[in-house]
Structures are given as structure tokens and as C-alpha cells.
Design a protein around this ligand. Structure first.
Ligand SMILES: Cc1cc2nc3c(=O)[nH]c(=O)nc-3n(C[C@H](O)[C@H](O)[C@H](O)COP(=O)(O)OP(=O)(O)OC[C@H]3O[C@@H](n4cnc5c(N)ncnc54)[C@H](O)[C@@H]3O)c2cc1C
Length: 404
């Protein structure tokens, strides 16, 4: 089957890779082509199941796996590995468009395609790439990233999971929690301490197959939002992992975590941006049609103030996200830009979805109008991929260090 996202790359590769985005952060023609492809999928295939995903905490696994055929799962992976060969801006646009319809589905796509697959591709050697990247890019395999543990969330590097060398192989012991896609995952990119005595510097990354002896899936969580994106626990009960599945060398874990964080934060912020665009449009449409006191409520200045604030929040988020991605792609990204992008966009998406509910009055509070679902989904982005507080610490630290 023709892979539409790969087709975008085939026709316009030079522009995408050499030009980045314009100074005013209008996205390029190529990125808008990606948006069109993803929007078509989201509106035609995903929209009909979005409400069921939330109501029944249902993950449409077949649909997810099929995304590989239109290039969405391996969007940043080169075409020789069955990816679409596009950039991080394209990946963000992709999540933005999916999130307008189902932030939960976007979260699962982001965890698979960025946190697991892109990370594995960037840090894997030839054998590891050959073994796992095509399967993950085509949807034959579903991936997750296992960093968080019951005792180490924000302080993630204080993990307790260990990996002990046994001959050429490793034995992993410990557990991971709150892992997106864990209940359905075939592959987990997992972090464990190979040298607990070295603390943060003794962490390594492993590609662990769910079929490996000692890999056990724990409970699936019942969440307030992002329902339909399966979140669960993983246990490593003396799990044997081949030495060849060590990613990036022994004790290279911290640099692998750190190398992916800015990309992960900026790309996942696209979910918050998508939510903001959707609730803004829903609120505007509603306000124009709903009449009270004989006039559309959009004529009331207090409603207009809300619309204005939502619009400014959305635009500020968009500029922060795409400017962070642009500098990252040019190799100049700093931690605070990515942290600021997701911090602002995540808080703004919660704010805007609450305002959209207010604009829609009683209807906003009803499930059938969708904004309450988007509000519950929005809140996650203030917690996952590092909390708002941790993001503020990062921003403040760099700002303080800049001026002596
Ligand atoms: C739906 C969902 C999906 C997730 N998916 C994944 C995944 O795929 N892979 C993965 O590895 N993890 C995942 N996570 C875990 C997520 O990254 C953690 O929940 C997050 O990092 C926060 O950790 P915690 O929940 O343990 O909170 P804690 O670290 O216990 O934080 C509790 C509170 O204390 C604050 N706090 C902590 N330290 C400080 C400090 N130094 N200064 C000020 N305030 C502080 C926090 O900001 C927060 O408000 C997911 C979580 C959820 C809810």
C-alpha cells in the first residue's frame, strides 16, 4: 500500500531537511501536507471510535497497528527502515491533528513513535535497528518506554530496577509503573541500574521483548482522562535480556534519557496544542449559534474575553512549540525551550478546555459535547513527561545560570 507520509518525503526531501521553518513560524507546505494526510485519517477513521475509547477505555489496537501503513508510526525513521523519513515538526503536526479528535490515541502514538521507536533508532546499533525498527515502524510491534517506577517519578534517575550481568546477558529485576502502551506492548525500551553504586551514572537502557522470560505485565490503570490509551505496570522478575539488547553501551542510560528529553517534550506538547485548537473552535461555533437574551452569546464581551484569551494561549503555545522544535532540529536547542513549550501548552490546554466548558454552559458539562473529555485528557500533559513543577525548575535553573 502507498504510504502517504513517505510520499511527502519522497517528493520534497530537500526542502524539509534544509529549510526548517520560516522565521514567522508558519509551517512549510510540506508540513501542511503531512497535516492533511493525518487530518483525513483522524476525521474518517478515528473520530467514529473516539467516544467509545473514552467511555469503555477501549484501545483500537488494529487501527493503531494499521497506522504503520500510512507512515505515522515510523514518521521520523528513514525509509530504508520502513519509516516516513520526516522530521520532528512533522511528528508534532501529526500528534496535533490526532489530538484534536482523540488526545488518548495521540498519546499512544507519541509513546510508541517518539519515546520508544525514535529513541531506539537514534541510539541503536545496526543489529538493533534491523531487529526492531521495521517492526515498530510498520505496526507489527507496539512499543513503550519504561522509565517511571513506583518510588521514582520526578526523580526518575533514582530508579531501583537493576540489570545484573550474567555472562553475555543481563538479568533485570524491578518494576515500572504508569507506562503508556504497556498493556499492549511487544517491546519496552527500559532503563535499569547496571552499576547502582555509581547512582545516576550507572544506568543503562535495554530493548526488552514482552516474550522474554521474566517479563510480566501488571495491572492496567483506570484513569480520569486519556482513556483508551492503555497505561500499565511492567514487572521484571529476573528477566533475561540478551547482551545484544543493551542500547548505546553500558552505563550510557543517562545520556540516552537526556538526549531524548527535549525532543520528547516538544513533540508531545503538540497534543496540548491540538486540544487547544479543537476546544477553541468548538467554543466559537457554539457561541455563534447559542442565543440568550435574544442575541448570540458571542456578542457578549465576557464571552469574547474568554475567546481572546484562548486564542492568545493557543498562539503562544504554537510559537513556543515550533520555535523549540526549530532550534532543536538546527542542533541549538536548550532544555528550557522544550520545557517552556510543554509547560505553557499543557497548562494552557487545561485552562482553555475549562473555559470552553464555561462558554458552552450546561451543554459543556455533558459528555456528548466532547469538551469535558478534552479537559480530562488535557490535564495529563501537566503530569506526564515531567510535571509542570519540574519544567519550571529547568527553566529557572537555565535562566538563573545565564546571568551571573
Ligand atoms: C497517563 C500517564 C502516562 C504515563 N506514561 C509514561 C510512560 O510512558 N513512561 C514512563 O516512564 N512514565 C510515564 N508516566 C509517568 C510520569 O512521567 C510521572 O507520573 C511523572 O514524571 C511524575 O512522577 P510521579 O507521578 O511519581 O509524581 P511525583 O514525582 O511523586 O510528584 C508529585 C508532585 O510533587 C512535585 N514535585 C516532585 N519533585 C519536585 C521538586 N523537586 N520540586 C517541586 N515539586 C516537585 C511534582 O511536580 C508533583 O506535583 C505516565 C504518567 C501518567 C499519569
Amino acid at each position: 500500500m502507498l504510504n502517504p507520509l513517505r510520499t511527502v518525503q519522497l517528493f520534497l526531501p530537500v526542502k524539509i531537511f534544509s529549510r526548517g521553518i520560516f522565521m514567522n513560524f508558519e509551517l512549510s507546505e510540506e508540513h501542511e501536507m503531512v497535516r492533511d494526510v493525518v487530518r483525513k485519517f483522524a476525521r474518517s477513521d478515528l473520530a467514529p471510535v473516539a467516544e467509545r475509547m473514552d467511555r469503555d477505555d477501549y484501545f483500537p489496537e488494529d487501527m493503531f497497528r494499521k497506522l504503520g501503513s500510512i507512515g505515522m508510526l515510523g514518521i521520523t525513521v528513514p525509509t530504508e527502515y520502513d519509516g516516513a523519513g520526516l522530521d520532528y515538526i512533522s511528528q508534532t503536526v501529526c500528534l496535533e491533528e490526532i489530538a484534536r479528535v482523540s488526545p488518548a490515541f495521540a498519546l499512544s502514538v507519541g509513546a510508541h513513535s517518539n519515546l520508544c521507536l525514535d529513541n531506539l533508532y537514534r541510539n541503536g546499533n545496526r543489529e538493533q535497528r534491523d531487529a526492531y525498527v521495521p517492526g515498530l515502524a510498520t505496526g507489527k510491534l507496539i512499543g513503550c518506554l519504561g522509565l517511571t517506577e513506583p518510588e521514582s517519578g520526578s526523580d526518575s534517575l533514582a530508579m531501583r530496577t537493576t540489570a545484573t550481568r550474567k555472562g553475555d546477558d543481563y538479568v533485570l529485576s524491578g518494576s515500572k509503573t504508569f507506562i503508556t502502551n504497556a498493556p499492549v506492548a511487544d517491546i519496552c525500551l527500559a532503563y535499569a541500574k547496571t552499576r547502582p553504586d555509581l547512582k545516576n551514572r550507572g544506568i543503562s537502557a535495554f530493548v526488552v521483548e514482552s516474550s522474554f522470560a521474566g517479563f510480566r505485565k501488571g495491572k492496567k490503570f483506570d484513569k480520569m482522562g486519556m482513556r483508551g490509551s492503555p497505561t500499565g505496570e511492567i514487572y521484571f522478575d529476573d528477566c533475561s535480556v540478551r547482551g545484544g539488547n543493551l542500547l548505546g553501551g553500558e552505563n550510557a542510560g543517562v545520556s540516552i534519557v537526556m538526549s531524548g528529553l527535549n525532543v520528547e517534550r516538544s513533540v508531545l506538547a503538540g497534543i496540548s496544542l491540538g486540544i487547544q485548537t479543537e476546544v477553541l473552535e468548538l467554543a466559537i461555533r457554539y457561541a455563534k449559534n447559542r442565543k440568550q437574551f435574544g442575541t448570540p452569546i458571542s456578542e457578549f464581551e465576557m464571552i469574547q474575553e474568554k475567546i481572546a484569551t484562548m486564542w492568545v494561549d493557543r498562539e503562544a503555545s504554537r510559537l513556543l512549540i515550533y520555535s523549540a522544535l526549530d532550534t532543536l532540529q538546527k542542533g541549538r536547542g536548550r532544555n528550557r525551550e522544550a520545557a517552556a513549550a510543554i509547560m505553557y501548552a499543557a497548562e494552557a490546554s487545561t485552562r482553555s478546555s475549562l473555559e470552553a466548558i464555561q462558554i458552552m454552559g450546561g451543554n459543556g458539562y455533558m459528555r456528548e459535547f466532547n469538551v469535558e473529555r478534552l479537559m480530562r485528557d488535557a490535564k495529563l500533559l501537566e503530569i506526564g513527561a515531567g510535571t509542570t513543577e519540574i519544567r519550571k525548575l529547568i527553566i529557572a535553573r537555565e535562566a538563573l545560570n545565564e546571568l551571573n
